[in-house]
Design a protein around this ligand. Structure first.
Ligand SMILES: [Zn+2]
Length: 350
């Protein structure tokens, strides 16, 4: 992922506790970015490429900072210089490892090289951390993560009154937060958490699920026409053609399966409308328990649609949305049970 994404994620880690100082937040944010400084050797290496004594700083030292050793150095520095030592040091360690995790998840180079992380270097080369499913640096999940991190950073700035701008200038930060709160006024007692109700999580997930229907559910690779006639030794590099399949791709008016496939993306909409406007108590209780089941059913339906091909954007979006919806609906149902138990206890004489 790009250093900007790493920095935003580090900033969000620093934003977990409310009462850290500016310096402590700077430490935690920096821990998410500085590992990539080991790539700076590339400048020296490129500059001296054609000279008599080329400097191989990139070849030799890239990923020198992507090691447990460097993580512990950062943690030690934070411990030495922070006011809330243990807390800041722990978050620096977490922020640093989040960087490694993001590199493993989404750091595939343009040439397809996975950049394995030499976690135990220079003591041992035993652990070279990499992941088969790693996506490329410019793949859409990286843009999605960056977008989400940016949105959360704005929300945090609106809520707390400070932003990453403050790491450079406190005056500019005040101006930024004032502009933000001028655009979205903040009342006394208004917090970001108040927005984040379970119903709003479900609504956001329903929108995401609806959007997912417009993306391909699965991808199928087959040799391009003409590739079959290629010489055997060329077949490995023979051009492939991809076909994408959507939720409605195999829709047939007489087949119930086609309706179910589309329904697995749309079912939350009528339910959320009923939850907002419906009055019947029994129906609401039934819906409360039905929703987690519908999440599982829809996820299973989408899985069945992608089982013979590679799952693609639409499927991943839908599964993310359904997971969020599932958690929110299970929490809602659980809270309802707790409330009912409390009511029973209050009614029964002690
Ligand atoms: Zn990195």
């Amino acid at each position: 992922m790009s250093p900007v994404t790493h920095a935003l994620l580090g900033w969000l880690v620093a934003g977990v506790p409310r009462n850290l100082s500016r310096r402590e937040r700077a430490f935690i944010t920096a821990a998410a970015v500085v590992p990539d400084l080991d790539g700076l050797g590339a400048i020296a290496e490129l500059a001296t490429r054609d000279s008599q004594t080329p400097l191989l700083w990139f070849t030799e030292y890239h990923h020198a900072f992507h090691t447990a050793l460097f993580g512990f150095v950062l943690t030690g520095l934070a411990f030495a210089f922070a006011r809330r030592r243990w807390f800041t040091a722990a978050l620096v360690l977490a922020s640093f490892h989040l960087h490694l995790l993001c590199d493993i998840a989404g750091g595939r180079g343009p040439d397809g090289y996975p950049w394995p992380i030499p976690y135990l270097a220079p003591f041992s080369s035993a652990w070279q951390l990499q992941w088969e499913g790693q996506w490329a640096l410019n793949a859409w999940p990286n843009f999605a993560v960056t977008g989400a991190a940016l949105l959360l950073t704005f929300l945090l700035a609106w809520d707390r009154g400070y932003s990453p701008v403050g790491l450079f200038s406190e005056r500019a930060d005040r101006a930024f937060v004032e502009t933000l709160r001028g655009r979205f006024p903040k009342k006394e007692g208004d917090t970001a958490m108040a927005w984040l109700t379970l119903t709003n999580v479900k609504r956001a997930a329903a929108v995401l699920l609806f959007v997912a229907i417009f993306f391909p559910l699965s991808r199928c690779a087959r040799p391009a026409p003409g590739a079959a006639n290629a010489q055997p030794q060329q077949q490995a590099q023979a051009p492939v053609e991809y076909t994408y399949s959507y939720a409605w791709s195999r829709f047939d008016v007489t087949e119930p399966g086609g309706y179910l496939a589309i329904l697995s993306f749309l079912w939350p909409i009528p339910i959320l409308l009923y939850e907002a406007f419906g009055k019947n108590r029994t129906a609401r209780v039934v819906l409360l328990w039905l929703q987690p089941l519908l999440c599982l059913g829809a996820a299973w339906m989408i899985y069945l649609r992608t089982i013979l091909e590679d799952p693609w954007t639409g499927a991943y979006l839908a599964w993310s949305a359904l997971s969020a919806y599932f958690l929110a609906s299970v929490y809602t149902a659980g809270a309802d049970v707790c409330a009912a138990v409390k009511r029973k206890r209050a009614e029964s004489p002690a």
